[in-house]
Design a protein. Structure first.
Length: 289
């Protein structure tokens, strides 16, 4: 091969190399270098960190705003006067601490007042025992008579406990059972005081106590069984009490029976059965004698 041919080949090689260089300079390489690929995990971590810092700052700002609003909600003079009503003479704490203390004292006082009102309502029933008696009308209209029923049920349950305590022929195992029953009934007594029973449970419990008051223990037991499996215990034989009542009365057991809702609910429902058993036993003794 002569020199001219070799020269021609070298020129062609350089021309091709220059063409590749121009493409590269235009920023269109076929494969980007590794270090130019963004690290997504690092970017995500950075973004999350920034978001968390923003949230922390926002939360801190909100908390500070709430505290500032709390401090400004009452004047220093009013705060001192209110605290004096509770015999509080703390002058060393800062205003925010004193305002929070006043909130707690006020909340506790409100609870105490409500409890006193409840005791007063119950005392009226003790003064007029006939008012303790539950009527069929109140069972069929629990929404209308619920305030009265909550008081009647609390009073009657406590009366049954007292009767059991005063029973002379209690055996040691009965003493232990009575103590356990009293502990387990605290839950329902509290619910009755704050009006927190569901409408279905209120109806069922009222029906059971109605039958116990009238010494109809078979019907009371049947009503208890309805309550425990999750059905509404309407008075036996009652059907025409509206669409809600009919649909509830026709239900078979719910998927989650009342007695299985939670351990405390199971315990107080079981304790109602113990009170029923006690009254049955008491009734049997009086009739055998």
């Amino acid at each position: 091969m002569d020199f001219s041919s070799l020269l021609s080949q070298e020129i062609n090689k350089k021309r091709k190399a220059n063409d590749r260089g121009r493409i590269s300079k235009k920023g269109k390489p076929s494969v980007p270098p590794k270090e130019s690929v963004p690290d997504e995990e690092k970017q995500l971590a950075t973004l999350e960190g920034e978001q968390k810092q923003t949230q922390d700052k926002d939360g801190q700002t909100t908390h500070q705003d709430e505290e500032s609003e709390l401090v400004n909600s009452i004047s220093d003079e009013q705060l001192r006067e209110k605290l004096l009503e509770f015999n509080e003479t703390d002058t060393d704490s800062d205003k925010l601490t004193l305002v929070k203390k006043l909130q707690i004292l006020t909340r506790n006082q409100n609870r105490l007042n409500k409890y006193r009102d409840q005791i007063q309502l119950e005392s009226r029933l003790h003064e007029a025992p006939e008012k303790k008696m539950i009527t069929m009308e109140s069972i069929l209209n629990t929404h209308k008579f619920q305030d009265e029923l909550y008081v009647q049920l609390r009073v009657y349950i406590k009366d049954l406990i007292k009767e059991w305590e005063e029973e002379e022929s209690k055996k040691p195992e009965q003493e232990a059972l009575l103590h356990e029953t009293k502990v387990d009934l605290v839950k329902v007594l509290y619910k009755l005081r704050v009006h927190k029973l569901t409408p279905d449970m209120l109806t069922s419990l009222t029906t059971i106590m109605y039958y116990i008051q009238n010494s109809e223990y078979r019907k009371a037991n049947e009503s208890y069984m309805k309550l425990s499996i999750g059905n509404v215990a309407w008075p036996i034989g009652v059907r025409d009490v509206g669409i809600h009542a009919r649909s509830a009365d026709l239900k078979i057991a719910k998927a989650n029976a009342n007695i299985m809702i939670d351990d405390k609910t199971r315990r107080w429902i079981t304790s109602i059965k113990r009170l029923l058993t006690f009254k049955e036993r008491q009734w049997d003794k009086s009739h055998i004698a």
